[in-house]
Design a protein around this ligand. Structure first.
Ligand SMILES: Cc1ncc(COP(=O)(O)O)c(C=O)c1O
Length: 380
């Protein structure tokens, strides 16, 4: 390696480490070969930019993951894969061959988008968590983006007549990211029944467990009834396991086989992630504690927004989409970062909308404390 390429390579690696920790250069925890790895953000950083649950993983998940690595780290994972599939299948009233597991739900979502892109185009709202469809349509297929309603909700009335013959997949995220809005369960259910006669409907339910009625808002009953609907779920959000990479789909056996055909199955899964998922799937105590902290954080931020004359969309999730009025979200992001508070910047052409995730309450408090002076510094 030449000196130049060596430097470029090392520079790139350091930058990537900062990105993975979710912190930019001024906030970086400082993983270097000399100091060893940093497994999370630095303690003085309020990392409120990726909708993680920093109260996780649950203590039982951590204990089991450790055991799994100690006893099983030398071996490819197998038994826990079957166990987790069986647990998910049982809870959702489907058979294990209707569950596909992957490295976070990003992987299954990308497989679905890739398969759909090879058959046609993907219909979606203009603003949603679109990383996987952008990746999936890189080789073939396009994303057809539809305008949302005035209140920024996904417009099912516009979506339905837009399912033309070239659409192979309808992609709905409910609750949606970054808007935090949830579509009414019955309205979505009626839409999915009709829409799935024309194209496969994917409902990404990454934040379902954070709604006030997860069963009502989930479309998994449509899979049970045999509609052409795929449900995607993840252990990255309420379960607090974003770094352990476990997600899944629930779908017909045919759709499940198709999704699995794009990946390497068990070979992409790992002992620690599987063990942690099995341990926390039914850990009601941990899930309730997490929900309570998230709701408390949301109330803290909503209160400070009110006090400074701002507001956010009604949230069914662990994040808020804040209307900054006349302010640009990238400027706001930079000013908050200077105070060690990490939030998201501009999404597409939503220049004045800023997404903030709930974190540990002490980190939410940092947002609350930083907001008034930051607004003042930006002349708001
Ligand atoms: C709506 C939605 N779906 C899926 C994901 C992917 O998460 P993971 O791959 O960690 O399961 C995210 C991540 O933020 C998300 O917001």
């Amino acid at each position: 390696m030449t000196e130049l390429s060596r430097r470029t390579f090392l520079g790139g690696t350091a930058a990537a480490a900062g990105l993975i920790a979710g912190v930019g250069a001024p906030l970086a925890a400082g993983s270097t070969a000399a100091s060893g790895p940093a497994y999370g953000p630095a303690a003085h950083v309020a990392k409120l930019d990726a909708n993680e649950n920093p109260y996780g993983p649950s203590p039982t998940a951590v204990k089991e993951a450790f055991e799994a690595v100690r006893q099983g780290g030398a071996y490819y994972v197998r038994d826990t894969v079957s166990l987790l599939k069986a647990m998910i299948a049982e809870r959702n009233g489907v058979s294990p061959d209707q569950v596909a597991l992957s490295n976070g739900s990003s992987a299954v979502l990308t497989f679905i988008a890739t398969a759909a892109g090879q058959r046609g185009n993907i219909l979606a709202p203009d603003l949603f968590w679109d990383s996987t469809v952008r990746r999936g349509t890189r080789q073939s297929g396009e994303i057809v983006r539809l305008p949302k309603t005035e209140s920024l909700a996904i417009d099912l009335d516009v979506m339905e007549p837009s399912i033309s013959d070239d659409i192979s997949l309808v992609h709905v995220t409910n609750p949606n990211n970054p808007t935090s809005l949830v579509l009414d369960g019955e309205a979505l259910r009626a839409f999915c029944k009709r829409a799935s006669k024309k194209a496969t409907v994917l409902v990404d339910e990454a934040y379902n467990e954070l709604t006030d009625n997860p069963e009502y808002y989930s479309m998994v009953d449509l899979v049970r009834e045999g509609h052409d609907v795929i449900i995607a779920r993840t252990f990255s959000k309420i379960y607090g396991m974003a770094g352990m990479r476990v997600g899944y789909t629930i779908a017909s056996p045919e759709n499940t086989a198709l999704i699995e055909s794009y990946g390497l199955g068990d070979y992409t899964l790992n002992q620690a992630g599987m063990a942690a998922a099995v341990a926390s799937y039914n850990d009601r105590g941990f899930l309730e504690m997490s929900r309570a902290k998230i709701f408390e954080g949301r109330e803290m931020i909503e209160a400070v927004l009110t006090s400074v004359g701002l507001s956010a969309l009604p949230s069914a999730t662990n994040f808020l989409f804040v209307d900054l009025g006349g302010l640009n979200a990238d400027d706001f992001q930079a000013a908050m970062a200077a105070r060690n508070v990490r939030v998201r910047g501009v999404y597409r052409d939503y220049h004045n909308w800023s997404r903030v995730s709930m974190g540990r309450l002490e980190h939410v408090q940092m947002y609350v404390d930083a907001l008034p002076p930051v607004l003042e510094s930006l002349g708001a």
